[in-house]
Write a protein that binds this ligand. Sequence first.
Ligand code: HEC
Length: 104
Amino acid sequence: MRKLLALVVLAGGVAFAADGSAIFKSKGCASCHQPSADTVGPSLKKIAKAYAGKEDQLVKFLKGQSNPVVWPNKFPIMKAQLTMVKSLPDDQLKALAKFITSHK
Ligand code: HEC
């Protein structure tokens, strides 16, 4: 019961401070993005480098409102993933951007 309650609260995205790492895992982002090795997608380190000091631009990217800067030629693969995050509330997207850019 307590577990169920926690899930309901998480789904509503209210009672807990947004956790970027948890969102990253729960949305399946980790299957293509490793911390420091390029796999299907660029490493989080590489993305963090491209977006250093530009968290706002990263939030825009996650909303589908700005162009890719890391591997633009592979953007179609990533574009399909944006449907999972682009309608998240701003605080969750900011937490996600913060988590990504923390990989230095
Ligand atoms: C099926 C594999 C795959 C999954 C799953 C995936 N990505 Fe990606 N991602 C890619 C590829 C390929 C690129 C390179 C294209 C690009 O730069 O946009 C990329 C690029 C990115 C970039 C760099 C954008 C830029 O400016 O170039 C970010 C940020 C990113 N992904 C975040 C995420 C997040 C957050 C999730 C989870 C919702 C996610 N990715 C899930 C494959 C994936």
